[in-house]
Every structure is written in structure tokens, then in C-alpha cells.
Design a protein around this ligand. Structure first.
Ligand code: MD3
Ligand code: FE
Length: 207
């Protein structure tokens, strides 16, 4: 379903086996060294979502190849299969092939099982490329809030994202404000074996 121009939701794109494979990979990336970390904002506050990066190290508001606020370990590689997954996702959502710029960043966000983690309305402007962002959800359902490029004001649309859902954000939606006001504890598919929620975004750095 096209929620806004360039913002396409494909519920259940990943079946149970693909969800299990992606979760297993996330568990490898999340383990120390340089696993999940708590991001500190320049304001001093900490994000309630914990994050691990592949390909580049994300910090608010930029990307680096050296770890800025991690545990000093080198940036983890971005595997080729994730780039193929991103291109498959764009082709599925838009019915056309992705552009030539290589997908080279993954951000994995972990939301705890008690529903305490959320993400305020923000826009993703740290990438130098405006290629579509691919989002994959695993585990608990969340309420995803999708706004517009003009600011943190209404109108917005709330969409539930469930385990296995794909969302692609390109074109005029690429710079829209968005956030996760809440997750719904206990809604993960029992067979997946994940308490809480994971979101994997695949991105083009343009660097
Ligand atoms: C719209 N993640 O990592 S996924 C983020 O569920 C982020 O963890 C949320 O916002 C999460 O930056 C929302 C949906 C999403 C991801 C990236 C976008 C929507 C987007 C980039 C541009 C526009
Ligand atoms: Fe975002």
C-alpha cells in the first residue's frame, strides 16, 4: 500500500524462514565487541532504542568510519547479501529496479520487550544520497508515525508495522518526519523467539 508518494508498505514481505535468518544475523551483529550500543545525543540525552551499525558508524548527526562513541572496535562490514536484499525490496515495493548507487549502510534498532523504547519524530538527513531507505521489522508490532517533510506537525498517519513487514521510503517521502511512538509488548510471532522489536534499515550513504 502506498501511504504517501514514494512510501510503500508491503505487509508480510519476509516469511517465517526469512525472518528467522535475518534475526540470526542481527543476533551476531548485536553481540560484543562493537555490538548494540546506546546512542547519546549532542543534547546529552540517551536514545531508548539501542543500535548497531554496519558499513558506516552512525552518530547524531553524521557517519564515520572510525568509532565515535562505540567501544573502539572497527566498523562492521556491510555484507553483499544485505545489498541484494535492499535491491529486491525496492523492486518489490516500486515495481522497478533500484538505481545504481550501492546500498552500503545498515542500522539495526532494538526496542525492548516492555515497550519502554520509542523514537521521537525526526528525519533521516545524514546520508548524502536520497536513494530510498528500506525498513524491515521483526518481533513485536509497533505504531509507526509517518508525517511530512515540513516539520513535526500534523497531519501524520499511524501505521502498525508487524514482524516481516517491508517499508520503502523514497522520492518525496525520503525526507519526511517519522517516528515510533510505541511498541506493543507480547505481539511478536511466538515461533520467531524474539522478545521486543528489531528494525533493520538499509541505506545508501552516497559517501
Ligand atoms: C522514513 N527507524 O532508523 S523504520 C531510523 O522502526 C528509524 O526503528 C524506525 O526511523 C524504526 O531512522 C522507523 C521506518 C523508517 C526508517 C527510515 C526512514 C522510515 C523512514 C527514512 C526516511 C523516511
Ligand atoms: Fe528514521
Amino acid at each position: 500500500a502506498e501511504v504517501a508518494p514514494g512510501a510503500v508498505h508491503v505487509p508480510g514481505w519476509l516469511g517465517p524462514a526469512d525472518q528467522r535468518r535475518l534475526l540470526a544475523a542481527c543476533r551476531r551483529w548485536a553481540a560484543p565487541p562493537a555490538g548494540l550500543r546506546t546512542v547519546r545525543m549532542p543534547s546529552g540525552g540517551e536514545m531508548s532504542v539501542r543500535t548497531v551499525c554496519l558499513g558506516w558508524h552512525w552518530f547524531p548527526y553524521g557517519y564515520a568510519r572510525t568509532v565515535v562513541d562505540g567501544d573502539g572496535a572497527p566498523v562492521k562490514p556491510f555484507p553483499a547479501w544485505l545489498g541484494e536484499l535492499a535491491r529486491d525490496a525496492v523492486a518489490r515495493a516500486y515495481g522497478r529496479e533500484a538505481g545504481p548507487e550501492p546500498y552500503d549502510i545498515a542500522l539495526v534498532n532494538f526496542y525492548d520487550a516492555r515497550g519502554k523504547a520509542k523514537m521521537g519524530l525526526h528525519r533521516d538527513g545524514d546520508e548524502k544520497s536520497l536513494a530510498p531507505v528500506v525498513s524491515l521489522s521483526l518481533g513485536d508490532t509497533c505504531v509507526f508515525r509517518f508525517g511530512h517533510p515540513g516539520g513535526r506537525t500534523r497531519p501524520w498517519t499511524d501505521v502498525e508495522l508487524r514482524s516481516g513487514d517491508l517499508f520503502v521510503f523514497g522520492g518525496p517521502s525520503r525526507l519526511a518526519y517519522h517516528g515510533v511512538p510505541r511498541t506493543l509488548p507480547g505481539t511478536a510471532p511466538p515461533a520467531l523467539g524474539l522478545d521486543g522489536r528489531l528494525n533493520v534499515t538499509l541505506r545508501v550513504s552516497g559517501l
